[in-house]
Design a protein around this ligand. Structure first.
Ligand SMILES: *Cc1c(COP(=O)(O)O)cnc(C)c1O
Length: 459
């Protein structure tokens, strides 16, 4: 044992060996960590030779040289997956970003007049065209939009909202918290499962500034439930002279009811009488992260003038990608938008892709691969009820549990994220794009290579 400990290389030697492949302090850090790990394992009697030391250092250096934020392959079947970056962009949206990012742009410059322009102007017209809205304003994200709407229209005043809609959307975003931070006063009405028009009516008083309704984006209620539809609420709002704000969440531009997707589109919310509607750019809209605010001109003008709109303003790269995505809708090309394309694709297409992947994996002898038909929910932050038929490639390994397999693939290159079900690791082909299929065999074989070497190393 002492012999082995003495044979551990000095840090300076490791630095010498890897000089030029990475910054010296990075090599030093990795060398320290790996040598320390070997020292510990030798002392614990877990390691009988130094074999694999340098390859491990090399692998760790390569890992640290990679960007921390990087692509992964989403084989979870969840299309609008917030943890994995929500909606992928259409190539034309990326082109638009490149064009604007690599040089100067007319972001806030009016080319016709040669005077100062307005960044919102680039997008307002097309948003209004697509949704029938009078006016439009975009900010950094929908949480920002909710904040801005409340802070503008209901500062120090009451907002009437159903108890069934005081929702949490992913970790840090809770409607009651945003309301209180926005300076508005929460006036909750009804119960968790039932809220009637009368409840709103009775709550409206001198200090009421806004009626608010929130779409239940990530869950649904069934059974003994009742809520007031926008249309009825809007009648009451008009009667009382109070605006109605609907937080639609998912940002649907093109109605998908024909496809069985029961989500309210922007234009539907507006035509049913909401005075202000907001939603995200990177959920069902399929564009970049953004918060879209639509509705009555007079109200939107007030929102634009709120000094906080500067703090929440949209960045030029996002703006260019959003405009390009909206153009696809204007051209009737919504089914090309990746998020919608993945949700709308038919079973046959997915099955074909699953068979192709299975074929490509047949050369990997360590794993067993089969095709499995499953039902998956394509929505994470939206479409909570929707289940669509899908095809998966199911992987099992004689020695590795599905959870272990899933961990190894998560840490491979590129990281591959599947889901575990009934003792198998499933790769759902609904969310794997065509060009990603070729990357999967490499990712799996690399993950397995790492395990074989570590298993032979430590008996
Ligand atoms: C997703 C969502 C939000 C938050 O939108 P972000 O774009 O993530 O900030 C707010 N309200 C509802 C109803 C949502 O579904």
């Amino acid at each position: 044992m002492n012999d082995l400990l003495r044979q551990l290389p000095q840090i300076s030697k490791v630095i010498e060996r890897f000089r030029g492949t990475a910054p010296e302090n990075l090599i030093k850090k990795v060398a320290r960590q790996v040598i320390e790990k070997y020292r510990r394992e030798i002392k614990e009697g877990k390691r009988k030779s130094l074999e694999g030391l340098y390859p491990e250092i090399e692998r760790e250096i390569e890992k640290l040289k990679k960007p921390r934020l990087r692509r992964v392959i989403n084989a979870t079947g969840i299309v609008i997956n917030t943890n994995l970056g929500r909606s992928p962009l259409h190539p034309e949206a990326l082109e638009a970003i490149k064009e604007v990012a690599l040089g100067y742009s007319n972001l806030e410059y009016d080319l016709e007049k040669g005077t100062r322009g307005n960044r919102n102007a680039h997008i307002e017209e097309i948003l209004c065209e697509l949704t029938g809205s009078e006016s439009a304003f975009v900010v950094n994200n929908n949480a920002g939009a909710v904040y801005l709407v409340l802070n503008t229209l209901a500062l120090d005043r009451e907002v009437v909202i159903s108890r069934g809609e005081l929702v949490e959307i992913g970790g840090s975003f809770r409607i009651p918290d945003i309301m209180s931070r926005s300076g508005s006063i929460l006036r909750e009405v009804g119960t968790t499962n039932k809220t009637r028009l009368k409840d709103y009516e009775e709550a409206i008083g001198e200090n009421t500034a806004l009626l608010m309704k929130v779409h239940r984006s990530n869950f649904y209620m069934e059974g003994f439930v009742e809520e007031v539809p926008i249309k009825e609420l809007s009648k009451l709002a008009k009667e009382k002279g109070i605006p109605l704000y609907y937080d639609a969440g998912s940002g649907l531009i093109h109605d998908l009811k024909n496809y069985g997707l029961d989500e309210p589109s922007f234009s539907e919310c507006l035509s049913q009488g909401a005075d202000i509607v907001s939603g995200s750019g990177d959920k069902l809209l399929g564009g970049p992260q953004a918060g879209i605010i639509l509705g009555k001109k007079e109200l939107i003008e007030r929102i634009k003038k709120n000094p906080m709109s500067r703090a929440l303003r949209i960045d030029k790269l996002t703006l260019s990608a959003l405009e390009a995505t909206l153009r696809l809708y204007a051209e009737g090309r919504y089914s090309e938008i990746p998020a919608l394309n993945m949700i709308l694709q038919d079973e046959k297409t997915i099955k074909k892709r699953a068979l192709k992947l299975k074929r490509k994996l047949s050369s990997l002898k360590e794993i067993e691969v089969s095709i499995l038909k499953d039902r998956a929910s394509p929505g994470g932050g939206s479409l909570p009820k929707l289940e669509l038929p899908t095809y998966c490639v199911a992987i099992t390994h004689p020695e590795l549990s599905p959870d272990k397999l899933s961990e190894l693939l998560r840490n491979s290159d590129p990281p591959l994220i599947g889901r575990v079900k009934e003792g198998k690791l499933l790769l759902d082909l609904r969310t794997v794009r065509d060009h990603e299929i070729d990357l999967i065999p490499r990712s799996i074989s690399q993950a397995l290579r790492d395990t074989t070497s570590s298993r032979t190393r430590s008996p």
